[in-house]
Write a protein that binds this ligand. Structure first.
Ligand SMILES: Cc1cc2nc3c(=O)[nH]c(=O)nc-3n(C[C@H](O)[C@H](O)[C@H](O)COP(=O)(O)OP(=O)(O)OC[C@H]3O[C@@H](n4cnc5c(N)ncnc54)[C@H](O)[C@@H]3O)c2cc1C
Length: 406
C-alpha cells in the first residue's frame, strides 16, 4: 500500500531516469539544437515556426507522455517528461507552448478520458504529428471562471451541434482536433468536452496577431456555428466536462512549470556567457559584484524552481500509478500548482535580470533574454493566473472551507 511518506517526504523522492528514458532526453536535446536556428529566424521574422511538427515528428518525439500502444507514443514517466519539456523550454516559450498544448492539454487528456476507440483513432495520429491537438476552454468573457462559458451544444438525431466563440486558443489554427468545452443549450450545468474536427463546416479559426510575445506560436480565436460533432467525439462521460478540463489544466501546469525552468536555465547560461566576454571599466562585467548578484539570484531561483518541478513530477508519477487515490490527486494538484506558480514568477525575474546583464543588447530581440522577457510573461496568466493559483495554494494549508470561489 502507498504510504503518504512515499510522496510527501522529499528525502524519499527519487528523480533518477532509466537508461531508456535518458535516451529520450538525448534525442530531445539533439532536435532542440537543430531547431534553434529555425526558431531564431522565425522569431525575428515574427512568423509561426512550422518546422516544429516535422522536426520533432521525424525524431518520434511528438507523443512523449502517450503509451507505446499508440503510434509514436514514448510512454515517458512524468520526471522524464518534465525534463524533456524543460529542455524544450530553453528554446523559448513559444516553442514549448506547442508541446504543452499538444501533449499535456491534448494527448494526456484523451489518454485519461478517452475510450479505447478514441485513443486509437485520435492518439495514434497525434503522436506522429498527423493530428495536432488543441484545448478550447477560454472565451472572450470566460477566463479564470470557466464555469461562466457560453458556448453551447444541441443534440439532434444522435449528433451534437456546437455554437460559440473561444479565444486565446494555442494551436487553434494548426490543430486537427480542438477539445471544446460547452454546456447544453439553455443550461449552466452539465458541461461536456468534445473533440471537434477543425475541418467540419461551421468551424473557423483566426490568428491573433497583436500579441506581446510568442510570435512563433499559433494563438487563435475560434468561431463555431452549429459545428457538427459525431457522438463518438464526446470525451469523457456526459456532464463531466469540467472534470475533464481541470485534469487537462493540471497536466498543462506541470508542463508550464517545466518550460519556465528551461527559460531560467537559458537566461542563466546566456548571462554567464555574456558576463565573461563583455568588458566595462577595464574588466569583464562578470567581475563586477552587482552583476554577480544577478547571476547568484538567477542560479538560486533556478534550483528552487527545479526542485519544486521535480517534486511535482514525482508526485504526478505516483498519482499516475495510483489513479484512484483522492489524497494523491490533491497532493499532485498542490505540488504542480506550487511549481507552476513559483517557476512562472521566477522565470520572468530571471529574464528581467538577464536583460539587465546584457544592458542595451538585452533590449534587442536579436538576443535571447529580450525574447524570454516578453514570452515568459504569459506563464503568469495562462493555465491559471497567479492570483488564482495563490488562492489555490493557500487552501492547501487553510483547508477547503476557506474557498473564496468555486
Ligand atoms: C498566449 C496565450 C495562450 C493561451 N492558450 C490557451 C489555450 O490553449 N486554451 C485555453 O482555453 N486558454 C488559453 N489561454 C487563455 C488563458 O488560459 C486565460 O487568459 C487565463 O485563464 C486567464 O483568463 P483571462 O485572461 O480571461 O483573465 P481574467 O479571468 O479576466 O482575469 C483578469 C485578472 O483578474 C484576476 N482574477 C480573476 N478572478 C479572480 C479571483 N476570483 N480572485 C482574484 N483575482 C482574480 C486574474 O488573476 C487576472 O489578474 C491563453 C492565453 C494566452 C495569453
Amino acid at each position: 500500500m502507498l504510504e503518504q511518506d512515499d510522496y510527501m517526504n522529499l528525502s524519499k523522492m527519487n528523480f533518477d531516469v532509466s537508461e531508456e528514458q535518458a535516451l529520450i532526453l538525448e534525442q530531445v536535446d539533439r532536435v532542440c539544437r537543430q531547431i534553434r536556428p529555425v526558431e531564431d529566424k522565425c522569431y525575428l521574422e515574427r512568423r509561426i515556426n512550422d518546422q516544429v511538427k516535422p522536426m520533432f515528428g521525424k525524431a518520434h518525439l511528438l507523443g512523449l507522455p502517450v503509451s507505446r500502444k499508440y503510434g509514436d507514443g514514448q510512454g515517458a514517466d512524468m520526471v522524464t517528461y518534465a525534463l524533456a519539456i524543460e529542455r524544450i523550454g530553453r528554446e523559448g516559450t513559444g516553442l514549448r507552448t506547442f508541446f504543452s498544448v499538444h501533449m499535456a492539454l491534448g494527448q494526456m487528456t484523451v489518454q485519461l478520458w478517452g475510450n479505447e476507440e478514441q485513443r486509437q483513432r485520435i492518439l495514434t495520429p497525434a503522436t506522429k504529428g498527423d493530428a495536432i491537438l488543441a484545448f478550447g476552454l477560454t472565451e472572450p468573457n470566460a477566463g479564470s471562471d470557466p464555469a461562466s462559458l457560453t458556448t453551447y451544444f444541441e443534440e439532434k438525431e444522435g449528433k451534437y451541434f456546437l455554437t460559440g466563440q473561444k479565444m486565446w486558443i494555442s494551436l487553434g489554427s494548426t490543430a486537427k482536433y480542438v477539445l471544446v468545452f460547452a454546456y447544453p443549450k439553455g443550461r449552466r450545468e452539465g458541461m461536456c468536452g468534445f473533440m471537434v474536427d477543425t475541418e467540419t463546416p461551421g468551424f473557423r479559426a483566426e490568428l491573433i496577431g497583436q500579441k506581446l510575445g510568442l510570435p512563433t506560436a499559433d494563438t487563435s480565436t475560434l468561431y463555431l456555428e452549429k459545428v457538427e460533432v459525431p457522438k463518438e467525439n464526446l470525451l469523457g462521460p456526459p456532464g463531466k466536462g469540467m472534470s475533464v478540463a481541470l485534469s487537462g489544466l493540471m497536466n498543462g501546469r506541470l508542463s508550464v512549470a517545466a518550460g519556465c525552468v528551461g527559460v531560467m536555465q537559458d537566461c542563466l547560461d546566456e548571462s554567464v556567457r555574456y558576463s565573461g566576454v563583455r568588458f566595462q571599466h577595464g574588466k569583464v562585467i562578470g567581475k563586477h559584484q552587482l552583476v554577480q548578484r544577478h547571476i547568484g539570484l538567477m542560479s538560486t531561483n533556478l534550483d528552487a524552481a527545479k526542485l519544486l518541478l521535480l517534486k511535482a513530477a514525482f508526485t504526478k508519477q505516483k498519482y499516475e500509478e495510483n489513479p484512484s487515490s483522492l489524497e494523491l490527486r490533491e497532493a499532485t494538484d498542490l505540488a504542480i500548482t506550487k511549481a507552476k506558480y513559483f517557476a512562472a514568477k521566477a522565470s520572468f525575474d530571471s529574464a528581467n535580470r538577464a536583460v539587465q546583464v546584457f544592458g542595451a543588447n538585452g533590449y534587442s530581440f536579436e538576443n535571447r533574454p529580450a525574447r524570454h522577457l516578453v514570452d515568459t510573461r504569459v506563464t503568469m496568466i495562462y493555465e491559471g493566473a497567479n492570483e488564482i493559483l495563490e488562492q489555490k495554494i493557500a487552501l492547501g494549508s487553510l483547508g477547503k472551507q476557506f474557498e473564496a470561489f468555486s
